[in-house]
Write a protein that binds this ligand. Structure first.
Ligand code: CMC
Length: 394
C-alpha cells in the first residue's frame, strides 16, 4: 500500500487528458473547446454547442443542418418502446425512468446501427441520444401526470419540440414564447459539459470497460441524480420553498447551514472546483431577472434566493470556504418560472449534459492509450481471520 496515494473524492487526481472543457476555478472561467461560455451563451444555441463539444470546432452551416436533420429524425420512440413507460408506477421518479430508458434505446433497432462507417454509426448514436433523451424526458412527465404521450413535431426546433411534447394536449398545441424557448436553450447550453464531474467521470468509468455509449450514459444519469450533483437544482427549490412556507428568515437558514451539528447545507452553494463565482450562475442570475421580468412573474422564492445570496456572500463562513452560488442556484428559479415542474429539474440537467457525456465518451474511445479505469484502495479491514463454523459463532 506504500505506493498508493489516497485521494478521497479524487480532488487532486487527474484521471485523463481532455481537450473539451477548460475550467479555472480560482478565476471563475469556463470555456468549451476554448470558447468562453459567455460568448456561447450570447451567440449560440444548445444544438450548435452540442456539435462543438462533440467534434471539437464550430460546425459549418451544412454540418449544423445535417445534425439538426438527424435530431429531428431521431426524436420519435419505437412504438413498442412506449409500453416500457407503463411498467412504472405513476409517481416513479423521472430520473429512474430516464436511466432505464436510455439503456433501453440500445435494445431497439436504430438508424445507423448497420452502417459500416464507424463515424456514421457514432454520429447517429449521438443524435439518437441527444434527441431521444428529450422525448423520454417528456414522456416520463406525461406518464407521471396520467396524460397521453404527444408525438414530436418535425417542424419544431429542439427546445420548442421538447416543450410541445411536455405541454401540448391532443386538442391544443402548446406554443412556447420566444422568451421561454431562449431561457431553456440557455439553461441546456450552460449545462452541456463541465469536465470530469461525477456523472462525466461515470461515463468514462463505465465506457473504459468498452461498454456501449448508451450503457455509459445511462449510468451517468444515476450519478447525476444525487443531491450533491444534478439533484441539487431540485433541492434548491425545495429549500427555498421550505424557507418561504416555514416562515424561516434567510438569516436563520444561513445560521443553520453554518452549524457543524446541523446537516443542513445551503443548496446551490459551493463547488469542488469553483472557488469564485460560478460563471454559469453569473449568466443565469441575469437571465433569471430578465425572464421573470419579461414573463411578469413575481416569485417570492426569488426574493428568498436573493436574500440568501446577499447574506452568504458577506458571511465569513462562506467567504473563508469560498462558497459561491453555483449553476443550480438560479436554474431552478428560471425553470419554475417557465412552468417546468420541480421533479423534472434534474431531468433537464441530464438533457443538457448529454452532449458533454457523448463528447467525453468519444474522446476516451478515440484515445488509443486509454485503459480500463481501475482505482486502487487502502485496505483497512481485519488481518487474516479463521473461518468459524456457524454453530461455534457467538
Ligand atoms: N452550505 C454550507 N456549508 C458548505 C456548503 C454549503 N452548500 N458546501 C460546502 N460547505 C462547507 C463544508 O461543510 C465544509 O466545511 P468544513 O471545512 O468546516 O468541514 C467546507 O465547506 C468544504 O466542503 P466539502 O463538502 O468538503 O466540499 P466538496 O468539494 O466535497 O463539495 C459540494 C462540493 C458542491 C458537494 C458542496 O459544496 C455541497 O454540498 N453544496 C451543496 C450542493 C450543491 O449545490 N451541489 C451542486 C454542485 S454544482 C452542479 C453540479 O456539479 O452538479
Amino acid at each position: 500500500t506504500g505506493l498508493i496515494t489516497l485521494d478521497p473524492g479524487y480532488g487532486n487526481t487527474g484521471a485523463c487528458t481532455s481537450a473539451i472543457t477548460f475550467i479555472d476555478g480560482e478565476k471563475g472561467i469556463l470555456r468549451y473547446r476554448g470558447i468562453p461560455i459567455e460568448q456561447l451563451a450570447k451567440n449560440s444555441t444548445f444544438v450548435e454547442v452540442a456539435w462543438l463539444l462533440i467534434f471539437g470546432r464550430l460546425p459549418s452551416q451544412a454540418e449544423l443542418d445535417d445534425f439538426r436533420e438527424r435530431l429531428v429524425r431521431s426524436a420519435p420512440l419505437h412504438e413498442a418502446f412506449k409500453h416500457h413507460f407503463e411498467g412504472f408506477l405513476v409517481d416513479a421518479p423521472p430520473m429512474a425512468i430516464l436511466s432505464a430508458m436510455v439503456n433501453t434505446i440500445a435494445c431497439f433497432p436504430r438508424r445507423g446501427a448497420e452502417s459500416e462507417s464507424p463515424e456514421e454509426n457514432f454520429l447517429e448514436n449521438a443524435a439518437q441520444l441527444i434527441s431521444k433523451v428529450r422525448t423520454i424526458a417528456a414522456y416520463s412527465y406525461r406518464r407521471s401526470m396520467g396524460l397521453p404521450f404527444i408525438y414530436p413535431d418535425f417542424k419544431l426546433p429542439y427546445v420548442a419540440n421538447f416543450l410541445h411534447m411536455m405541454f401540448s394536449t391532443p386538442y391544443e398545441q402548446h406554443i412556447a414564447s420566444r422568451e421561454v424557448v431562449d431561457a431553456l436553450n440557455l439553461i441546456l447550453l450552460l449545462h452541456a459539459d463541465h469536465e470530469q464531474n461525477c456523472s462525466t467521470s461515470t461515463v468514462r468509468m463505465v465506457g473504459s470497460s468498452q461498454a456501449n455509449i448508451y450503457a455509459s450514459c445511462a449510468a451517468a444519469v444515476g450519478a447525476l441524480w444525487g443531491p450533491l450533483h444534478g439533484g441539487a437544482n431540485m433541492a434548491v427549490l425545495d429549500m427555498l420553498e421550505a424557507i418561504h412556507k416555514g416562515g424561516i428568515s434567510a438569516a436563520k437558514a444561513v445560521e443553520m447551514a453554518k452549524d457543524p451539528n446541523d446537516d443542513f447545507r445551503l443548496m446551490g452553494f459551493g463547488h469542488r472546483v469553483y472557488k469564485n463565482f460560478d460563471p454559469r450562475a453569473r449568466i443565469l442570475k441575469q437571465a433569471a431577472d430578465k425572464v421573470l421580468g419579461q414573463l411578469g412573474v413575481n416569485d417570492p422564492l426569488l426574493d428568498v434566493a436573493r436574500q440568501l445570496e446577499e447574506l452568504a456572500l458577506e458571511d465569513s463562513y462562506f467567504v473563508e470556504r469560498k462558497l459561491y452560488p453555483n449553476v443550480d442556484f438560479y436554474s431552478g428559479i428560471i425553470m419554475r418560472a417557465i412552468g417546468i415542474p420541480t421533479n423534472m429539474f434534474t431531468v433537464i440537467f441530464a438533457i443538457g449534459r448529454m452532449p458533454g457525456w457523448i463528447a467525453q465518451w468519444k474522446e476516451q474511445h478515440d484515445d488509443s492509450k486509454a485503459r480500463i479505469a481501475r482505482p486502487r484502495q487502502i485496505y483497512t479491514g481485519p488481518n487474516e481471520t479463521e473461518y468459524v463454523p456457524i454453530d461455534k459463532r457467538k
